[in-house]
Design a protein around this ligand. Structure first.
Ligand SMILES: [Mn+2]
Length: 363
């Protein structure tokens, strides 16, 4: 049985442009803590090797010290580590991967051609290759297949499945024809489960730490086990210190909007990063600055968007000769008949939201 870690897309020293400058500096530091956690996990799980499928370094903005920190951490492992550089950290003469500080147990694939390293004790072969430019339009898997020789065949690769673009597009047919036992992919930042083409299992590890609101939810690396009998199993090991969340909170009629938001976040201090859309109907306007100030001690970072409506705004279109106008006139009659009925108020809000997102047509 083989056990190994598959990680990718660390993007060390990302700019984190969505955060304030102090927090961005802190986040870049925290990214380096990821490396310690990665090493810890590899040691705890007693893996036989680690595969890192590119974009470990963000590129132009990555400091030499950061690459050295990566090298130093990986050097603490007793098992081999294989790196297949991606489009952000592509290999070239003066790239950080060409530095002399990489420890002996770290094997960096430098050629754009697929190369292999046999691990005799594990009866397996590791394959990999490097991006050598920011863009590549050729499939690195074109015409590639392994010998079915009783050994396990595993590849670390930075590529885009089903892609037509500039990031080493590969097809599902090529994955199947490769005959690999496992294809450890990097490039897509979301782990979307274990997949299979032919006999070949494959997955994107996803990035271990979100960098923006397009990278929400749990993030980490994959712990992979390969076994002749039991096949392939993958477990996502969370590594992220902070997660990104996008949340919509209805604060209709909340006397204390900060408390309402707090309740919606389960009332516990959060180390995470939030984008919160405030919705619903309110009598008065919202003071976002004030609200932001009140929430500051409770969350690491929250950006608030006011999408609430005042009662007045809701009814402002009642005279219109449109579907919305007709809807509001009908609802006004119903509400007059039972003014205490909260569901009717809700129906007005939902109805309006639906109409305003769609096309309002004059009858
Ligand atoms: Mn990439």
């Amino acid at each position: 049985m083989l056990t190994f870690i598959h990680g990718a897309d660390f993007h060390l020293d990302s700019p984190f442009s969505g955060l304030d400058p102090q927090q961005a500096i802190q986040r870049r530091k925290e990214q380096r803590e990821l490396l310690e956690k990665l090493v810890q996990v590899a040691q705890e799980k007693q893996v036989q090797f680690v595969l890192l499928s590119g974009d470990l370094l963000d590129g132009q903005t990555t400091y030499r010290e950061t690459a050295m920190a990566l090298a130093e951490e990986l050097g603490k492992l007793t098992c081999p580590v294989f790196i297949s550089p991606g489009n952000h950290d592509y290999y070239h003469r003066t790239s950080l991967y060409a530095g002399s500080f990489w420890p002996e147990n770290v094997h960096i694939f430098r050629s754009s051609k697929i190369e292999q390293v046999a691990l005799g004790a594990q009866n397996c072969v590791i394959y990999g290759r490097a991006f050598q430019a920011q863009q590549e339009t050729q499939s690195p898997l074109q015409g590639f297949s392994v010998a079915q020789d009783g050994r396990m065949h595993i590849m670390a690769l930075h590529a885009q499945v089903d892609g037509k673009g500039n990031y080493a597009p590969i097809t599902r047919e090529q994955i199947a024809e490769s005959g690999l036992d496992y294809l450890a992919l990097g490039h897509v930042h979301l782990y979307d489960g274990l997949q299979q083409e032919g006999k070949t299992h494959w997955a994107y590890a996803g990035c271990p730490e979100g960098r923006g609101f397009d990278e929400t939810g749990e993030k980490g690396v994959l712990l992979v086990t390969l076994d002749e009998q039991d096949g392939c199993q993958v477990e996502q090991i969370p590594l992220a210190k902070r997660r990104y969340h996008v949340q919509t909170i209805d604060i209709s009629h909340a006397d204390d909007p900060a408390a309402a938001i707090w309740m919606a976040l389960d009332g516990e201090p959060k180390q995470d990063i939030y984008r919160i859309y405030l919705t619903g109907t309110r009598e008065g306007g919202l003071n976002l600055n004030h609200l932001h100030h009140e929430l500051a001690p409770l969350v690491y970072s929250a950006v608030l968007y006011d999408q609430t409506k005042t009662e007045q705004m809701v009814w402002s279109r009642i005279e219109e000769d449109t579907l919305t106008g007709r809807f509001l006139r009908q609802m006004a009659i119903l509400i007059q008949a039972s003014p205490e009925d909260e569901t009717l108020q809700q129906a007005v809000r939902f109805g309006l939201a639906a109409l305003e997102h769609g096309e309002d047509v004059a009858p």
